[in-house]
Each structure stands twice: as structure tokens, then as C-alpha cells.
Design a protein around this ligand. Structure first.
Ligand code: C2E
Ligand code: MG
Ligand code: MG
Length: 624
């Protein structure tokens, strides 16, 4: 009855049945159901309901008799899969113990032909069991002992709720073997099998209910369960990891409920591409598909379809939005051969995906590890530098008035000086710091260093208007961002007008409302703003017009393009002037570039032609 209930339920949910129960559960329940059918058939034969020809009767008895240790062997394997997390050890255990099982099957066959096998020769029934029967008892006990030893050996790694079942299993099977030896009846064995299957089934169902509540998808734990099976069979599989780029911004810009809707829509969309038991939500904004490569469905088409979909907007209740997903692919068994290796590689790739800005696909290779390690080292260097701010160094690059060639301000540029890695440039660490949430403490250190530098300068008696500092989008995520910044300036006793914040268009557009609010509030305190790297972003001018910034820094690429396209540069400069802002040319390296920007009327210039970024000491020398 219990088995029928399990089967009815499994059949009701065909798609999730493989993820439901624990590992090897389906195989085990099939085997046990067959055993039950055979037992019932034999019973009906004995009761005289059916009359079998001798051959059929013999086959039934052989199957019945040998299924006891075969089932125990399967239970042992099942137990090992669930308890021993080392795949190699499980395989070794299985190989070693299948040998005595095969010997048993051979002995049973010999025993039958010698007619000493008690079911066929009634006169043996009251006597001692014959050779095969002895062997069978010993073998069954051996399997029980192995189950017990491996369980006890791994007891520390087993979750508490699970521990009860895995300890109960070998004990109850040992009892059922002893009862069989004493009574020659299968009652206890049947009871133990049924109870164990039901217990494991309930445990598996609990896993099912642990699926992600929002999207209804399976979780990382269930993916791991599936992978154990995949690695066991060494079947060709591809695991595709998907990460929504900048999902944190999405949430902060549109709100959490829109973010949730986005996740559900994406989950639904992925559901149209693969079977429901092939999708997992493995972390907040990361999904995973595990697809068999066998059935002609190429991984590349799947990736192309997903990438293509990202070009179109997603319709949420309040608005339609665009998202970008970054994708990483791991193929099994070519690239990754075991679960341990998979966990390691997928962790690295998930980290890599979070850091991706412009690339959208990583195909895992062993070489990518070195890149990952360097990034990990930079992350440690960043953490250390926050504890020890002496390692954070600011260089100051002067910016000159195009006409008077006087220094009018300077931009502070951050570097990290690390014991092991040496001098690290911002392009190597800013995006990492942003992703792991270290940029806000860094920015606070930078601001207080700038304030300290300003204090040392005879700033009131020079044309120097301010020192500018770069801000990231993440800075604005800090709840009391403007208060924290003003606090630092006040603590250092500096007039806020000596500070200018540089922000890029992408920062602005990522969380438009938060940034504009902060900009308006800080401008009221006399802090000025510059729009950095103009010409590299989306250049959504309409959303930039009304914002309180005074300077626009044209990116080096625009200056380079302007060398051959005079009109473009001139029109751009005029347009910005009409908006009431001043124009700064970035990255000016040659005399020709300087002449060109002077001709088009650009107000200020920054670049190697005039000065490299200088150490604080060298920078101060300019005022001597
Ligand atoms: P950015 O704000 O556009 O800074 C200008 C970058 O151009 C600096 O690179 C500077 O050294 C470089 N540069 C200046 N003149 C020339 C030139 O004539 N030719 C060329 N090819 N390059 C020139 P750096 O110092 O490597 O900084 C790179 C970026 O890192 C900065 O770009 C800024 O976005 C970011 N960054 C730097 N410091 C900070 C910081 O304290 N906080 C944040 N959030 N970002 C920072
Ligand atoms: Mg800048
Ligand atoms: Mg710039």
C-alpha cells in the first residue's frame, strides 16, 4: 500500500520525480516494487490461487531468494551515496562489494541445480540452511555492517534530521536479517524496506518544498543532487550559469517588487527553453540550466536564444525594462570530472560572472583560474587597505585652463600599494570593490585624504578652485551617503566648495532618482559636480540637462575622434556651453590635440601633455 501511494504520487508529477526523493531513490523503489510483486505472486502460488509450471515457480523463487541481498546491496549503495560525500569512495565501495554479490548469485544457481536450496526441496526446510543460504546471511550482514560503519564514519558531516534515518537504516536491516535467519520469513524485511522508502520519500519531498519560494525553481542543493547522478554516469552534460548583470541596481531603481517580478518572468522564460527539472535558481540573481548534450539540443543554440531574448524588453506591471544576463558554461565530463571540482569551478565562475561588465559569455577553461586567483588577491588587498588606509595612495592630476594655462583644479586618482601585488591601478580594482561592497569605505578614506591634502595647500591664494574625486554608483546606495560625506568634510574642517565630485553618466542612469536627489542636496552645500567620461555612456541628453553639475569632461575617445572631426567637437562644445556648463578635455597628450581643443573653445584640459597624475608630494611642490 505504501509503495502504491509513493508511485501514484511520483506519477502525478513526472517532471519533478527525479529531483524529488534522494539519490538512487527511483532505482531502489523500482527494485523493491519488483520484489513485492514476486513475493505476492509466490504467495498466491502457495495459497493455490495460481498454479505455476515448475520452471516458472523456480524462476520466481530464484528471483525472490536472490533479491534479498541484491536489495540490501542497493540499499548499501544508496546509503553510501547519501552519506559518503566522496564520489571515488562510493564507487570503490560499490565495486568491492559487487564481487561477493556476484559470487552469491553464482552459488545460488549452483545450489538450485544441486537441489539443496530449501525452497525446492521440502526435506531441507527443517534442516540447516544449505551453502547458499549461509553465504546469503553472511553477505547481507556484511552489507549492514558496511552501512553502519560508513554512517558512523561520516556522522559529523550528516545533518541532524537525516542522522536519525541513516542510523535507523542499518540497524533495522540487521534486525530483519536476523529475523529471517531465525524464522525464514520475509515479513520484517518487507516492513523495513517499506518504512525506509517512505522515510526517504518524505525527506526527498522536504527537499522539494525547499525549492525557491519566489520562482518555484529547484535550488543549488538539488542541482548538486542531480550532478552526483550525472557524474556517476559520466553522461555528457552542460551546466549553463546565468547571472543578471547589475541586478542590485535594478532593485534599487525599480523597487523590490519589480525586481521579484523580473526574476519570475526570467524563470518562466527559461522554463520555455528547457524541462522544468533542468532549471535551478542558485542564488538571488543567478540561475542555472543543466542540459544533456546527447539529444541534439546544442548548448550554443540555447545560449544564442537567451542572448537574443535580452535584446527585447520585459513587460512588468508598471513598466517595460531591459536586462542583460552574463553566461558561463561548464561541460561535463570534458571540463569538470567530479562534484568537488564542479563546486570549486562553479563558485569561481559565479564570482567571475558578477564581475562581468562588457563580456557576456565565459567558457570555462583551466587557465581562467589564474585570472580568478589574481582577482581574489586584489580583493584581499582591498580588504587589507581598508584596515590600513596608508596603503591607499592618491595621485593628483592637475587640470589647466586652456587659455591662461593656469592650474584650475586637480583630480584625485586612487591607487593601492600592496605588499605582495605592488601598485594596483584603479581599472584593476574599482569594479571589484564595487561588486563586493568595498567602494563606500574606500571613497570615505579618499575624501578624508583629499581634505587633509587641501588643508596643506595655500588654496585661498591660488587659482585652484577645488580637488575633484570620482564617485561610483555604489556610493549613492549608502543610505546616508550625503550626510556621511558632509560629515567627513566638516570633521576635517574644510569648506565644501573645495570639493568636486565626478560621476559618470552610467552612474547617474543606474539609479537616477537617488543620485539626482543627492546631487541637489550636496550642491546646496556648495559642492560642485562634473560629468565624467562624457561620450562613452548612453548619452541620454534629455535626462542630463536639468542636473546640477557645472563641468562636463569629454572622454579621451571623443578628443581623439575630434582630431579628424572638427565640427563634431565644436558643436558638442557649443551645445554644452549653451546648457550653461564648462567643458574639460580629458587625456590630451599632444600639442596638436591642445591646439584643436583650444580652437573649438574647450575651457580646460587634463592630460599627459601638461602633467601626469602626481604623487601628493610632487603635487604640493607645484605650490612652492
Ligand atoms: P577617470 O576619472 O576618467 O580618470 C582619468 C584617467 O585617465 C586616469 O586613469 C588618468 O591617469 C588617465 N589619464 C590622464 N591623462 C591621460 C592621458 O593624457 N592619456 C591617457 N591615456 N590617460 C590619461 P587612472 O588613474 O588609471 O584611473 C582610471 C579610472 O579609475 C578613473 O577614470 C576613474 O573612473 C577611476 N577612479 C580613479 N580613482 C578613483 C576613486 O578614487 N574612486 C572611484 N570610484 N573611481 C576612481
Ligand atoms: Mg574622473
Ligand atoms: Mg574620465
Amino acid at each position: 500500500m505504501l509503495m502504491l501511494a509513493i508511485w501514484a504520487d511520483v506519477l502525478r508529477f513526472p517532471l519533478i520525480k527525479r529531483e524529488r526523493g534522494s539519490l538512487f531513490f527511483t532505482e531502489l523503489s523500482v527494485a523493491y516494487s519488483l520484489f513485492l510483486v514476486i513475493t505476492i505472486l509466490i504467495h498466491l502460488g502457495e495459497e493455490g490461487v495460481f498454479l505455476y509450471p515448475l520452471k516458472i515457480s523456480m524462476i520466481l523463487w530464484i528471483l525472490h531468494f536472490t533479491s534479498f541481498p541484491v536489495l540490501l546491496f542497493m540499499w548499501m549503495h544508496f546509503n553510501a551515496l547519501n552519506v559518503v560525500d566522496n564520489e571515488k569512495l562510493v564507487n570503490m565501495l560499490t565495486y568491492i562489494h559487487s564481487a561477493p554479490l556476484i559470487v552469491f548469485l553464482v552459488i545460488s544457481a549452483i545450489d538450485i541445480t544441486r537441489q539443496k536450496f530449501y525452497p525446492f526441496n521440502l526435506k531441507y526446510e527443517h534442516m540447516l540452511p544449505s551453502m547458499g543460504t549461509y553465504y546469503f546471511i553472511i553477505l547481507s550482514l556484511l552489507f549492514c555492517v558496511i552501512m553502519m560503519l560508513s554512517t558512523l564514519g561520516h556522522r559529523k558531516k550528516i545533518k541532524e534530521s537525516f542522522l536519525f534515518i541513516v542510523i535507523l537504516m542499518p540497524i533495522s536491516f540487521t534486525i530483519s536479517v536476523v529475523v529471517f535467519f531465525l524464522t525464514h520469513t520475509y515479513g520484517m524485511f518487507i516492513l523495513t524496506n517499506s518504512i525506509m522508502l517512505v522515510l526517504y520519500y518524505l525527506l526527498g519531498q522536504r527537499d522539494f518544498y525547499r525549492t525557491d519560494a519566489l520562482t518555484g525553481l529547484a535550488t543549488y542543493t538539488l542541482l548538486k543532487h542531480k550532478l552526483v547522478r550525472i557524474f556517476r554516469s559520466q553522461a555528457p552534460y552542460a551546466v549553463i550559469l546565468l547571472d543578471i548583470e547589475n541586478f542590485r541596481y535594478f532593485n534599487s531603481r525599480y523597487g523590490k517588487s519589480q525586481g521579484d517580478q523580473m526574476l519570475v518572468s526570467l524563470a518562466k522564460y527559461l522554463g520555455t527553453l528547457v524541462e522544468s527539472n533542468e532549471i535551478y535558481r542558485i542564488s538571488n540573481d543567478q540561475f542555472c540550466l543543466s542540459v544533456s548534450i546527447k539529444d541534439g539540443r546544442t548548448v550554443q543554440t540555447l545560449i544564442d536564444t537567451i542572448t537574443e531574448r535580452m535584446a527585447h524588453p520585459w513587460q512588468l506591471t508598471d513598466r517595460s525594462v531591459h536586462i542583460q544576463v552574463n553566461i558561463a558554461v561548464i561541460t561535463i565530463p570534458q571540463q569538470v570530472k567530479s562534484l568537488e571540482e564542479f563546486s570549486e569551478v562553479s563558485e569561481k565562475l559565479m564570482f567571475e560572472l558578477k564581475m562581468l561588465k562588457d563580456k557576456t559569455l565565459i567558457v570555462y577553461t583551466r587557465e581562467s583560474t589564474t585570472d580568478y586567483e589574481r582577482k581574489q588577491n586584489i580583493v584581499s588587498a582591498l580588504r587589507e587597505s581598508i584596515k590600513n588606509p596608508d596603503q591607499i595612495i592618491l595621485h593628483y592630476q592637475p587640470v589647466y585652463d586652456t587659455k591662461s594655462e593656469q592650474m584650475v583644479f586637480a583630480e584625485a586618482l586612487m591607487r593601492i600599494q600592496d605588499k605582495h601585488l605592488g601598485f594596483i591601478r584603479p581599472n584593476d580594482f574599482i569594479f571589484l570593490a564595487e561588486q563586493i561592497g568595498l567602494i563606500t569605505p574606500l571613497s570615505q578614506i579618499v575624501l578624508s585624504k583629499i581634505c587633509k591634502c587641501i588643508k596643506q595647500l595655500p588654496i585661498e591664494n591660488t587659482p585652484l578652485k577645488f580637488i575633484s574625486m570620482n564617485l561610483s554608483g555604489e556610493d549613492f546606495e549608502l543610505v546616508h551617503f550625503k550626510e556621511v560625506m558632509l560629515d567627513i568634510i566638516e570633521r576635517e574642517n574644510i569648506n565644501p566648495k573645495y570639493v568636486n565630485f565626478e560621476i559618470t553618466e552610467s552612474v547617474l542612469l543606474q539609479s537616477y532618482e537617488t543620485v539626482t536627489k543627492a546631487m541637489v542636496a550636496l550642491s546646496k552645500k556648495d559642492i560642485t559636480f562634473s560629468l565624467d567620461d562624457f561620450g562613452t555612456g548612453y548619452s541620454n541628453l534629455s535626462s542630463l540637462i536639468d542636473l546640477p553639475y557645472d563641468y562636463v569632461k569629454l572622454d579621451r575617445s571623443i578628443i581623439l575622434a575630434g582630431m579628424t572631426n572638427y565640427n563634431m567637437l565644436q558643436m558638442l562644445t557649443e551645445m554644452i556651453h549653451k546648457m550653461g556648463k564648462l567643458v574639460i578635455a580629458e587625456g590630451v597628450e599632444t600639442k596638436e590635440q591642445l591646439l584643436q581643443i583650444r580652437n573649438v573653445g574647450i575651457d580646460m584640459v587634463q592630460g599627459y601633455y601638461f602633467s601626469m597624475p602626481l604623487s601628493e608630494e610632487d603635487f604640493r611642490m607645484l605650490f612652492k
